[in-house]
Design a protein around this ligand. Structure first.
Ligand code: ZN
Length: 243
């Protein structure tokens, strides 16, 4: 940079400083004069600065937009379809994961069956989640889900784990070890009781949700796959289960 250049730079800097020190306060003063109350002054100044900032932002955005149009980028962006609303409903499930009564498979398992069960606590509150889970623990069994009388769905075991719910069992197609390829759902009810409306709704929601995730071929009752040994889900009205 030559001496002339340096001189020019210094002049420009001086002008800039001059503008900063003299022009800025004048602008602020103009704003202050229009305001009658001190408090409003601050607000006016703030709004004024905000407007200025917005103008700069808008200008920058417009420029960017023009650049994009020139480059053909925006046309491509416009052709991208608008995001579609998520159709899958998120089912409310309360995690209450058990520490026992299941095994962790060495590789991802294929789930194609859902087994419905029913259970209750024979001593005290028949529909106590804690008591029922305690019974499962004492027998070393579990289920993936437990639905209470009000339709609340509890997750006891993660889907990918093998819950011990079916025991010695056999599918109509001859397959044994049903636990290996199934999801077990326990629904609270006593042997002579009836399931609640909320329970039917919860089962349907859960089964629908599972069908979206896995290639479910059949939904069976425990009694269907362990005849002579098991009879649950007691009094389950299969007509109320959606296809
Ligand atoms: Zn059962």
């Amino acid at each position: 940079m030559g001496l002339l250049g340096l001189l020019a730079t210094m002049v420009l800097m001086a002008l800039g400083a001059g503008y900063y020190f003299f022009a800025m306060p004048r602008t602020s003063m103009t704003i202050s004069n229009t305001a009658s109350v001190p408090v409003v002054e601050g607000v006016s100044l703030y709004n004024n600065l905000k407007d200025q900032a917005n103008t700069i932002k808008t200008t920058a955005e417009e420029q960017a937009r023009e650049t994009m149009i020139e480059g053909g980028a925006l046309e491509e962006a416009v052709s991208v379809p608008a995001p579609v609303a998520k159709t899958e409903t998120t089912l409310p499930i309360t995690d209450r994961l058990m520490a026992t009564g299941f095994s962790v498979p060495t590789k991802a398992r294929t789930i194609d069956t859902i087994v419905l069960h029913s259970s209750y606590n024979p001593e005290g509150d028949a529909y106590s989640v804690a008591a029922i889970v305690k019974i499962y623990e004492s027998y070393g069994v579990s289920a993936h889900y437990l639905i209470d009388r009000s339709g609340t769905i509890y997750r006891l075991v993660a889907d990918q784990n093998i819950a011990y719910h079916a025991g010695a069992s056999k599918m109509p197609d001859g397959r044994k070890d049903v636990n290996d390829f199934s999801i077990g759902i326990e629904i609270m009810n006593t042997e002579d009781g009836q399931f609640t409306k909320a329970e039917y709704e919860a089962v349907n929601s859960l089964v629908t949700n599972l069908k979206k995730q896995y290639p479910i071929k059949s939904v069976v009752g425990h009694g269907d796959i362990a005849p002579g040994r098991k009879t649950d889900p007691w009094n389950f009205d299969w007509k109320k289960l959606k296809e």
